[in-house]
Ligand binder design. Structure first.
Ligand code: G4P
Length: 190
């Protein structure tokens, strides 16, 4: 998506060679009009897939998923991150170890909000190594719901997330795919 790529070039900051800071429009301050265009694009890509629920994970996925849901006219469920040792009752959960954040948590979703008849679109802000997305996939599978695909804002294509998610048979639609980056230049896959 050209507009997102331009925004990343204009407002993103590359740290080293593998972290992109986008606090200015995605992870702290939110560019809501850009989010609306992103939601419209995911809708164009998935409109024939009878999505009836969007699943994301706190925190940055929530705003993107919420705006996307206004196009799909469906509810959003977000997985909560549980860092304590006790699990709440009646939840689906997956243990996620984030390489980027160097932490481990359990992603949890109440059993009340997923059912086998659901057709789920996964939404998240970044696809890096794909740990968070894999957690969501395992939760949806445990609930025996259907995953129609994953809508990602920014994919770091030089990291292994896409490959490992595609190996699970999941369709991925990333709105910006970064082939490589450094402090001077960001190159996108077309
Ligand atoms: P990984 O950590 O194992 O590489 O995989 P994953 O693809 O699951 O990414 C984990 C978290 O790290 C995600 O945050 C993702 O948004 C964030 N992340 C990964 N790479 C980058 C990056 O280059 N820039 C930024 N800004 N974030 C990145 P999350 O768990 O969804 O948490 P939250 O940040 O939304 O609270």
């Amino acid at each position: 998506m050209r507009e997102l790529e331009e925004k990343i070039r204009k407002d993103g900051t590359v740290i080293g060679t593998d972290i992109l800071k986008v606090n200015n429009f995605l992870n702290h301050q939110l560019d809501v009009e850009l989010f609306q265009k992103m939601g419209a694009e995911w809708y164009r890509l998935f409109e024939k897939d009878n999505v009836n629920k969007i699943l994301t994970i706190e925190s940055s996925g929530i705003a993107l998923a919420t705006i996307a849901a206004t196009y799909f006219h469906c509810p959003v469920v977000f997985a909560k991150k549980n860092r304590g040792s006790n699990l709440p009752e009646d939840v689906y959960f997956a243990t996620v170890t984030s390489f980027t954040h160097q932490n481990t948590y359990q992603a949890i979703v109440s059993k009340d909000y997923l059912s086998p008849s659901d057709r789920i679109l996964l939404i998240d802000d970044f696809l890096a190594r794909g740990a968070a997305l894999k957690g969501l996939i395992s939760i949806v599978r445990e609930a025996q719901a259907t995953i129609v695909g994953a809508g990602i804002a920014i994919e770091k294509s030089f990291q292994p997330g896409r490959k490992s998610i595609e190996e699970e048979g999941i369709r991925i639609e990333s709105l910006a795919r970064i082939q490589s980056m450094n402090e001077k230049e960001i190159t996108f896959l077309s």
